[in-house]
Ligand binder design. Structure first.
Ligand code: SF4
Length: 378
């Protein structure tokens, strides 16, 4: 029995939770964004095509071993829960591949922060090999920086699409140039627009990530308005928001401590999100709040038809009395509540009420308590 080994990076988008992770590069070639805690103190490197191909062969080998476990248990190579459970207890190193096959072996995410830096010929070869070895694959996606996308013309992006790449995830973060510059994102709003439009023109699916609260107190309005304007010009397939949280390892932490950047409160983030959504016009993107850091995860839907529904959820939150808003935030951040309707459920509400009273008793503000909780989710 061989030890099957292939390399994996630290992160993936939330929507790629069930995807096979295949590492193209290590870490981030830019690595300067102030808000970003990932890859700090890690050097960027490209993996050679041989290394990546060897990983694909290792995954093929792992898949064969998973099937052998199934056959040994009289299941004819089918990968069901029983096989996954057996592998979890007996061959944990095969678990990711087993789980991926159990889910149909359909989705792959190329790691780490900017795979499109690899030469188009190399990427094409890797994509073709992946699909040859796993014909079940339906979707292959990758992160890419807008700056890197600008180095690829539409024809090159089309080549990658034809080779099997389906979707690009871009960390847009903000469309406002002051915010982008302050945060050292290394791109402008115009770069984001050009890169996003190019991806769309090549026929690739595009997911743009926006950080709520990234303008802080100083630029919250400009951040909301300009980000909406940039998104309106791109019309991505997906808009995904996540709320800013600042762990000690991110360079922004020091700026917060020094008072050079003032974080928004939850309520101010919601005010900003409302302005952002109100300003989205003439696009048909799907909007998701699929990150645990977001307060109102049910603010999601298809633009423009669900826009009013999304805004009405925000209005409902804003119209709650102060103590109810605090309790909802507490319940959400402690994992009892997902949506405001959960507050009607006393099984969920009672522990939240107890924590709320304990905090009051100890003189701890809900804001301070939540600030600490938020860092757990990064
Ligand atoms: S946000 Fe993206 S581009 Fe910026 S440092 Fe982090 S991984 Fe790199």
């Amino acid at each position: 029995m061989n030890a099957v080994k292939f390399e994996q990076g630290p992160i993936r988008p939330p929507s790629e939770a069930g995807s096979l992770l295949l590492r193209m590069t290590r870490n981030c070639p830019w690595n300067r964004c102030l808000f970003c805690p990932v890859y700090k103190n890690e050097k960027f490197s490209r993996r050679s095509i041989e290394e990546i191909k060897n990983d694909i062969f290792a995954i093929v080998e792992a898949a064969e071993e998973v099937k052998a476990v199934s056959e040994a248990n009289g299941l004819n190579g089918d990968i069901n829960r029983q096989v996954v459970a057996k592998i979890q207890s007996e061959r944990p190193e095969l678990l990711q591949v087993a789980f991926w096959l159990y889910q149909g072996g359909e989705n792959v995410f190329l790691q780490d922060g900017d795979s499109l830096l690899l030469p188009v010929d190399q990427l094409t070869e890797i994509l073709e090999l992946l699909i040859e070895k796993f014909p079940t694959i339906k979707r292959i996606t990758s992160y890419a920086r807008s700056k890197t996308l600008l180095k690829r013309n539409v024809e090159e992006l089309q080549r990658l699409r034809k080779a099997g790449l389906n979707r690009i995830h871009v960390g847009l973060e903000s469309g406002n140039d002051q915010v982008l510059e302050f945060m050292k994102k290394g791109v402008t709003g115009a770069d984001h627009i050009e890169a996003g439009q190019r991806v769309k023109e090549a026929g690739l699916s595009l997911s743009e990530y926006v950080i709520l609260g990234l303008g802080g107190e100083q630029w919250w309005r400009e951040h909301a308005l300009d980000t909406a304007e940039v998104i309106n010009q791109i019309n991505p397939d997906f808009i995904r928001v996540r709320t800013l949280a600042v762990p000690k390892i991110s360079p922004l932490y020091e700026k917060v401590v020094q008072g050079e950047f003032k974080l928004l409160s939850d309520d101010d983030v919601i005010r900003e999100e409302k302005l952002f959504i109100e300003s989205l016009q003439g696009i048909n993107s799907e909007f998701y709040s699929d990150h645990i850091l977001n307060l109102l995860e049910d603010v999601s839907g298809k633009l423009m038809e669900d826009k009013n529904k999304m805004l009405s959820i925000i209005n409902e939150y804003q119209s709650l009395p102060v103590d109810k808003r605090e309790k909802f935030r507490l319940g959400r951040r402690t994992g009892y509540y997902r949506t405001m309707s959960d507050m009607q459920n006393s099984n969920l509400g009672d522990p939240v009420e107890r924590t709320y009273r304990q905090l009051q008793h100890k003189g701890i503000s809900v804001d301070d308590y939540i600030e600490q909780l938020m860092l757990r989710f990064i």
